[in-house]
Design a protein around this ligand. Structure first.
Ligand code: ATP
Ligand code: MG
Length: 233
């Protein structure tokens, strides 16, 4: 098992091909210190999701290694690895059930107080208490009681409650009203604090706040630096 980690992540000379002869990742080297926030940017098909797929071990690399706190992730159980990695996907997963159960997902032991606390922290509490039955309001998987922005905030609350050391976040591209957008930005700061994060970033504000920006192009890593450093060039 992987012991509880701090969240240092190292990608060493990573090569990966879904199909022989067509590397989706080509010699990726990246050192991430626990607590850092990494923005992954690049055109469609450049390899952003693939890096995250490898970190979660949905696939193993053809060459190179990924280490978490110095442990080669191939040498630990997948369950112990994934239990410390949180994933927030672009297409936010809401299932049929109450808002409370949606936030509690993955942390069935969480108390109502804990749920309310994380909802407050990500600015979801106000809209939740405005719903017909508050936290007990039933939502449908594909129903539209919730806006895209609200769905995002629910998924942030869920991730915060799970409190993983490493967070992978595929930022939604859906257009969101300015008010909710500001809440999401604030919520992101809260969610990212004190953990390592990899964000497939679409918002300029997210890129600006990242400790490192990784630009991928055809599976190669093009540039690294934070926003200020890149702007100087
Ligand atoms: P997007 O911005 O569209 O999400 P991405 O940067 O996440 O793109 P990847 O999904 O990592 O890109 O894809 C990298 C390359 O690997 C692309 O050429 C893609 O076609 C290929 N690819 C991705 N998933 C698979 C798969 N399951 N089988 C085969 N090839 C794949
Ligand atoms: Mg992708």
């Amino acid at each position: 098992d992987l012991p509880t980690v701090q969240g240092n992540v190292n990608f060493k000379d990573l090569v990966f091909e879904y199909e022989p002869g067509r590397p989706a990742l080509n010699r990726i080297n990246l050192d991430v210190i626990a607590g850092q926030s990494i923005a992954l940017v690049g055109h469609t098909g450049s390899g952003k999701s693939t890096i995250m797929n490898l970190l979660c071990r949905f696939y193993d690399p053809n060459e190179g290694v990924i280490e978490v706190d110095g442990y080669n992730i191939r040498n630990v159980t997948i369950q112990s690895l994934r239990s410390q990695i949180g994933v927030v996907l672009q297409d936010t997963f809401i299932f049929s059930g109450s808002i409370r159960d949606n936030i509690r997902f993955g942390r069935l032991d969480a108390t109502d107080d804990e749920i309310e606390k994380v909802a407050k922290a990500v600015h979801a509490h106000d809209f939740i208490v405005g719903l017909p039955n508050g936290y007990d309001t039933e939502v449908q998987e594909r129903g539209n009681i919730l806006s895209m922005g609200q769905r995002q905030l629910i998924s942030f609350a869920r991730a915060l409650l799970a409190n993983p050391r490493v967070l992978i976040l595929d930022e939604a591209t859906a257009s969101i009203d300015t008010d909710t957008e500001l809440k999401i930005q604030e919520a992101l700061k809260t969610l990212l604090a004190g953990r390592t994060s990899f964000i497939v970033a679409h918002r300029l504000s997210t890129i600006r706040n990242a400790d490192k920006i990784v630009v991928l192009d055809h599976g190669r890593m093009m540039e690294i630096g934070n926003h200020d450093e890149l702007m100087k060039e």
